[in-house]
Design a protein around this ligand. Structure first.
Ligand code: ADP
Ligand code: MG
Length: 400
């Protein structure tokens, strides 16, 4: 995979696909405010490097799901403004994706300028299932530029015009962010230092079956918490009360448990849980062992002995990948399991990777220093597909 250092960018128009899909909050007067500019900041190394080398930087990105229509509330205007503040130069926003406005703005660019095309999903061809439709938009995007740089890790698992199709039409390279993400996941997948543990949580086991199946081939330890642990506990014959349970996955999970055993993978499940009478911070709650979950109670976090057990299982690891919170961390009474695991990971002396949007959000919400982890991925879906061992269209398109 080529990097931006392999491209001769001076004086050239470089189309950069970034991930600017930031959360927005609308205030009473209709103005929209970015509540977390992390994704914009993550794109800065590439933008700054290209500018400093005299490139003309044309940014393409999406925001939300406008479904092929120009929806003013999903305009990238707040992003252009925030980006301009961060890089300290104006960022012109085109009024369209590849139309007259985009063409005029690009034609007027000088070396070092940065422009942003309007929300690429305003154009329905962007994520069309029809190859010809996507190819058509990709050709229009390519006609605006001389080179293509892929730097939106959050979208590399998407087969979309501005992500994968356009790469085939221009000399291309991975941006700094995509390169860093790919290097970390490739290291974890192909050559992890051992012991190697993966901690999985979150809500649904069905979302992560592919990841579990693939990782059982390489991990030494697999720790399961969050809502998904109850399907594992049920597969082991335990009563889980009204906890999150995917009954249709019990047989699959039994198979995974057997597979872990055959492969000598240490499967670590909670020994106790915090149970509550309702999905609410105010509801009555208590700690019980996993053998004592009564009907009418739901498990919303791993318990104190499980926190110790999980921390112990991570202590001597040289590689840890974490995806999915251990409990309903958004509610204070059920956040301690996630906090304990996150803190245990920050104490690990080795490569530590956080994948998953909600896990990264938990790290921030709980105030755990982000520099305590080697890498916090910017791509929830993309990182999961990577861990499933799948080929990601936006990465495959960069390899040649
Ligand atoms: P990620 O985005 O990190 O991959 P997921 O999207 O799979 O994580 O899951 C995150 C959600 O899982 C959180 O909103 C959290 O509240 C929820 N969750 C965690 N534990 C439980 C539980 N025991 N019961 C219900 N929901 C849970
Ligand atoms: Mg999530």
């Amino acid at each position: 995979m080529k990097t931006i250092d392999d491209l001769d960018v001076a004086g050239r128009r470089v189309l950069v696909r970034a991930d600017f899909n930031v959360p927005l909050e609308e205030s009473g007067d209709g103005t929209r405010r970015i509540t977390d500019d992390g994704r914009i900041r993550a794109a800065l190394p590439t933008i700054v490097a290209l500018r400093s080398r005299g490139a003309r930087v044309i940014l393409a990105a999406h925001l939300g799901r406008p479904k092929g229509e120009a929806k003013p509330e999903l305009s990238l205007a707040p992003v252009a403004q925030r980006l301009a503040e961060l890089i300290g130069v104006p960022v012109a926003l085109a009024g369209d994706v590849t139309g007259p406005s985009a063409q005029a703005i690009v034609a007027g660019m000088e070396d070092g300028d940065v422009v942003l095309l309007e929300n690429v999903r305003y154009d329905k061809r962007e994520d069309s299932k029809d190859d010809a439709q996507r190819a058509e938009l990709a050709a229009e995007l390519a006609s605006l530029a001389d080179l293509f740089v892929s730097d939106g890790f959050g979208v590399v698992h998407r087969k979309q015009a501005s992500v994968s199709d356009v790469a085939a039409l221009l000399p291309h390279a991975a941006g700094r962010l995509v390169l860093a993400e790919v290097q970390v996941f490739q290291k974890v997948l192909t050559d992890p230092d051992r012991p190697y543990a993966v901690v999985l949580g979150g809500s649904k086991v069905s979302d992560k079956l592919g990841v579990i199946t693939n990782l059982l081939q390489s991990v030494d330890r697999l720790l399961i918490g969050g809502g998904m642990c109850f399907t594992f506990l049920a597969a082991l014959g335990k009563n889980v009360g009204s906890s999150l349970l995917e009954a249709d996955q019990i047989d699959t999970v039994k198979g995974l448990i057997a597979d872990a055993e055959t492969r000598g993978v240490d499967l670590v499940l909670p020994v106790d849980v915090v149970v509550s009478t309702a999905f609410s911070a105010d509801a009555e709650h208590k700690v019980v062992t996993v053998d004592d979950i009564e009907d009418g109670w739901m498990g919303l976090d791993i318990g104190p002995n499980s926190r110790l057990l999980f921390a112990e299982a991570l202590a001597d690891c040289k590689t840890v990948v974490w995806n999915g919170p251990m409990g309903v961390f958004e509610m204070a009474p059920y956040a301690e399991g996630t906090r304990a695991v996150a803190e245990a990971i920050t104490r690990v002396d080795g490569l530590t990777v956080v994948g998953g949007g909600d896990s990264a959000a938990a790290v921030r919400l709980l105030g755990i220093p982000e520099n305590g982890f080697s890498h916090i991925s910017t791509g929830g879906g993309a990182s999961l597909e990577f861990l499933e061992g799948r080929t990601l269209p936006g990465i495959a398109a960069l390899e040649d």
